[in-house]
Design a protein around this ligand. Structure first.
Ligand code: CDP
Ligand code: CDP
Length: 213
């Protein structure tokens, strides 16, 4: 069973995907971490003439099985670096095989990101597109960062998230849109448990319809 979960920044797709992975006993891949790792590797070369070449090399050499220092990778700044390398076609191409391989392991998997239902797993058994109002998403990310001890300027964070979402949606190589067969789940007014229950209901119904679950 392959479950594809996509959505904008801080929509709750990661938390939801972890919950789904636990619920169905499947492995989970947060594909944002791959982009964050590449962005982090080239963070000091954003203005360099060879930025793209460096980012492509970093993606080709990424050891996805050993994404270290995940705490660092989760910071808001790293999200911005990630979205800058994510617009480079060959960067996405370099990491595609790993993601497809992860999805196709025996038994299946849950993957979350931006292009899972559209590019990485167009044949996923169930696709979810997670949405939430931008102010709610900013507040969630602010609390998440504060819990990690980061100082948060909510005004700046709001604009940073809006800007990153806009770049992701305009990314010609990004595949970031709701697939025609994806189920939309708006979690603006949902807590984590409610969102998980809603997602499980959608998945169980979809699998029952396919006669698979
Ligand atoms: O993966 P993504 O960036 O979409 O979001 P996340 O990291 O799963 O969620 C961002 C923050 O919002 C986390 O601290 C979650 O605990 C919180 N959250 C929430 O408050 N309510 C939800 N329905 C989902 C997530
Ligand atoms: O958790 P949040 O949604 O804030 O970010 P993330 O999922 O860790 O992704 C960071 C950035 O990586 C995104 O803003 C995208 O630019 C890029 N990304 C992507 O292009 N495709 C994916 N499948 C996952 C992330």
């Amino acid at each position: 069973m392959i479950i594809a979960v996509d959505g904008p920044a801080a929509s709750g797709k990661g938390t939801l995907s972890k919950g789904l992975a636990r619920h169905y006993g499947l492995p989970h891949l947060d594909t944002g971490l791959l982009y964050r790792a590449v962005g982090w590797t080239v963070r000091e070369h954003l203005e360099a003439a060879d930025f793209e070449a460096r980012a492509i090399a970093a993606a080709q050499n990424l050891d996805a099985a050993h994404l270290d220092d995940v705490e660092l990778l989760i910071s808001a700044r790293t999200g911005v670096f990630a979205s800058k390398v994510a617009v480079i076609g060959p960067v996405r191409e370099a990491m595609r095989a790993y993601q497809v391989g992860f999805a196709r392991q025996p038994g299946g998997a849950v993957l979350d990101g931006r292009d899972i239902g559209t590019v990485i797993c167009p044949d996923a058994d169930v696709k979810l597109f997670i949405q939430a109002d931008s102010k709610a998403r900013m507040e969630r990310r602010a609390r998440q960062l504060e819990a990690r001890g980061e100082n948060v300027d909510r005004y700046a964070l709001y604009h940073q998230i809006e800007e990153r979402d806009a770049r992701d949606m305009a990314n010609p190589h990004g595949g970031f849109y709701q697939a025609s067969d994806a189920h939309l789940l708006d979690t603006t007014l949902m807590g984590i448990e409610t969102a998980l229950r809603a997602a499980v209901a959608i998945i169980d119904e979809a699998m029952a319809r396919k006669g698979k679950h």
